[in-house]
Design a protein around this ligand. Structure first.
Ligand code: HEM
Ligand code: HEM
Length: 179
């Protein structure tokens, strides 16, 4: 008998999102300091396209999760950890929606329409408005800092379980983990 793990679909969505989000945080922190140039414009576009892909993956993940709840935690997980785990996961899921939506709103408020990977034109969510643009830019910045904090805590929690406790939490999400 193997301990239950996340379904392959949930694992695939998790790792695609994790790689994309770590990339987006790195690109985001780098790109704002670039001088105005064609490179900056291209990097901003890629940031937006990948960010919107994360939005689509998160909507898919929430739909999947609604029908397929996470597997039960092993008995070794204490009562307070059991209470805290969903809070951390919901904080991540909220930020995975709030980051791309605030970015999309920010682009619209700046009067810049987004075409996903240059092929799928998206709606402008709001009319151009410089004050709203500044507010959304600040929101995107603050949300990105909150995301960094929650991701660091998330990875620390996984390391705590697997390095100190060795209770197999990482295997629940790792592709070769067995159900
Ligand atoms: C999960 C998705 C996303 C993450 C993690 C993310 C992360 C970041 C980060 C870390 C920054 C740098 C903030 C700073 O230090 O000033 C940034 C900036 C920016 N992001 Fe995102 N972003 C995401 C999605 C999006 C989307 C979907 C759009 C637009 C459609 C977008 C548009 C922008 C723009 C325009 C900036 C530059 C703002 C400025 O020039 O001050 N982002 N993002
Ligand atoms: C930006 C990066 C990441 C994001 C946004 C993220 C997001 C999430 C979310 C939302 C869940 C909950 C899944 C659900 O219940 O539907 C989760 C679970 C999990 N993540 Fe991550 N994750 C990231 C990086 C990582 C990394 C680097 C690791 C490994 C060190 C990791 C290991 C895990 C594990 C093991 C679980 C399952 C925990 C459990 O069994 O309850 N994640 N992650």
């Amino acid at each position: 008998m193997f301990a239950p793990t996340y379904h392959a679909a949930a694992k695939t969505l998790h790792w695609l999102t994790a790689v994309a989000v770590l990339g987006l945080l790195g690109i985001g922190l780098w790109m704002t300091g670039l001088p105005i140039s064609l490179l900056k414009l291209q990097v901003y576009n890629w940031h937006k396209w990948i960010g919107l892909t994360v939005l689509a993956l998160t909507v898919l993940r929430l739909l999947w999760r609604w029908r397929n709840p996470p597997p039960p935690l092993p008995d070794t997980v204490t009562r307070w950890e059991r209470a805290l785990a969903p809070v951390g996961h919901w904080a991540l899921l909220f930020l995975l929606l709030a980051m791309p939506v605030s970015g999309w709103l920010m682009s619209s408020a700046a009067g810049v329409s987004v075409a996903w990977f240059g092929v799928l034109p998206l709606l402008d969510l709001v009319l151009p408005n410089p004050d709203l643009f500044e507010a959304l830019r600040t929101a995107h910045f603050l949300l990105s800092r909150a995301l960094i904090v929650v991701v660091v805590l998330h990875v620390a929690a996984v390391l705590h379980h697997d390095v100190l406790r060795r209770d197999g939490i990482f295997r629940r999400m790792w592709p070769s983990g067995r159900t």
